[in-house]
Write a protein that binds this ligand. Structure first.
Ligand code: F0G
Length: 445
């Protein structure tokens, strides 16, 4: 396996390659990177992955991430040698991704207006730090450990910091977290404190915090673990892997995500590109990205709402100047991303180009939903006995909206990803105190 994995620039005209030990998150020209593997994995692995669900005490089989380790083997370990795996692979005792799989949730299907057999919702909130981030953080911190990093660094709207802090504490390395001051739910931030992360408060929003964290990581020997890190994307591929495995690798028609920095969109796109190229899936599911109305960069650009041009990956030649002009226009008008779903309050999605590539490959769509719709989506998930946060509610109401527009058809099969667990304690309390909310059950006295 020596030399199987390497890094490659996503721009087909550039295509710069780097050794797997590189810690750059961009090529020299500033383009994002992909982790690439030279060998095509055997389809027999489907059976191996399934058998590992009987973990027999092996934490790398228990882990919903490392169960698929042959498809993320950038460390080039002997995947059956547990001692070797233990030396390299970072895991919270096998807990990352372990409880995540798709479920039918009858009350959510009824609200969406789709048959219960056709809608699957996959809670990622039952990850150890409470969100999907643990899938990608296990792999990013594995790479950090492989290169001997002493400190990991991230910007966060909450969940990334919780996940980074948790893995850093577990591995005994330092963690710096840049946050937009006053814009993070206390419940989210408290985890980063609990895990001993160093918080740095930035006067600005998430986009400003990310910029500063990337600069500081570069200048002060930090290892960036935001989703611009291509190793984050590798771990997050296991979200669609688990969904597909559960559906016997019969691809659904749609996979739906809330859209923030677009790491999930990018990782789902990469997973589907790989699986399709290897012949593991015969059909390509379409990705639907659901932005909040108050932070709608992807949806605006993709749907031609800015200057009338529909921004596309365009086979690797996207109109990046259109993106720059869009950002300049937001700045000129003083428009800042604004939504109660702070997890996706992001105006400059760092992975926008990978996101566009994913949408092009999957013939995907992007749309927006309002804060009150997301709260309804979040609340109806609860009525099935599952917890999720407001940003995750976007997946549910996004499906509803796309069905009402005839984009998602009644007999399509849909997998919606519920990205995180409720950490903003007052959101459900406030929602249920207001009888005008659709699913409100106000307290009695
Ligand atoms: N859902 C939740 C619960 C999130 O925390 C995030 C991102 C997203 C969706 C958006 O995912 O960036 O892959 O499009 N939260 C980040 C953070 C930015 O810092 O925790 P994406």
């Amino acid at each position: 396996m020596q030399g199987d994995a390497f890094l490659k620039c996503i721009d087909p005209d550039c295509g710069m390659e780097y050794p797997i030990e590189s810690t750059n998150v961009q090529c020299e020209k500033g383009h994002l990177l992909d982790v690439k593997y030279k060998h095509t994995p055997s389809e027999n692995l489907k059976e191996v992955f399934y058998d590992r669900r009987n973990s027999q005490g092996n934490i790398f089989n228990e882990s919903g991430v490392w169960r698929f380790r042959e498809l993320l083997n950038f460390c080039q370990v002997d995947t059956e040698n547990i001692e070797e795996c233990s030396k390299f692979l970072v895991s919270l005792d096998g807990a990352e991704g372990r409880l995540s799989k798709p479920y039918h949730m009858g009350k959510a299907s009824e609200f969406v207006g789709i048959s219960n057999d056709n809608l699957w919702l996959q809670p990622e909130g039952y990850n150890p730090s409470g969100s999907f981030k643990d899938n990608g953080m296990a792999t990013a911190v594995t790479h950090a450990k492989m290169v001997g990093a002493k400190k990991i660094v991230c910007a966060s709207t909450g969940n990334t910091s919780a996940s980074a802090g948790m893995f850093a504490a577990n591995e005994g390395i330092n963690c710096d977290v840049y946050i937009p001051a006053g814009q993070i739910a206390p419940g989210k931030l408290s985890q980063a404190y609990q895990f001993g992360a160093q918080i740095l408060e930035i006067d600005g929003n998430f986009d400003d915090a990310l910029k500063q964290s990337l600069d500081d990581a570069q200048n002060h020997d930090g290892y960036t673990v935001n989703s611009v890190n291509p190793f984050r994307i590798e771990g997050q591929k296991t979200i669609p892997f688990r969904a597909l495995e559960y559906l016997n690798w019969e691809a659904p028609d749609w996979i739906v995500y809330p859209g923030g920095a677009l790491g999930n969109t990018s990782s789902c796109g990469k997973a589907l590109m790989e699986l399709y190229e290897w012949g593991w899936i015969k059909k390509i599911p379409r990705i639907a990205v659901i932005n909040s109305e108050g932070a709608s960069t992807l949806s605006d650009l993709y749907n031609g709402k800015f200057e009338g041009e529909e921004l596309r990956w365009n086979k690797g030649k996207p109109n990046t100047e259109l993106i720059t002009r869009y950002y300049d226009d937001l700045d000129a008008k003083g428009i800042r991303p604004k939504t109660k779903a702070t997890a996706i309050q992001i105006g400059r999605p760092a992975n926008i180009l990978k996101g566009l590539r994913a949408l092009e490959f999957t013939n995907g769509v992007a749309t927006t939903v309002s804060d009150s719709e997301m709260l309804d989506g979040m609340s109806v998930v609860g009525l099935n006995g599952f917890d999720c946060e407001m940003a995750s509610g976007a997946s549910v109401v996004g499906v509803k909206k796309l069905m009402s527009e005839g984009v998602i058809k009644k007999d399509d099969t849909v997998v919606g990803i519920l990205t995180g667990r409720q950490k903003d304690a007052m959101l459900p309390v406030d929602y249920h105190h207001d009888p005008s909310n659709k699913f409100a059950k106000p307290p009695k006295n």
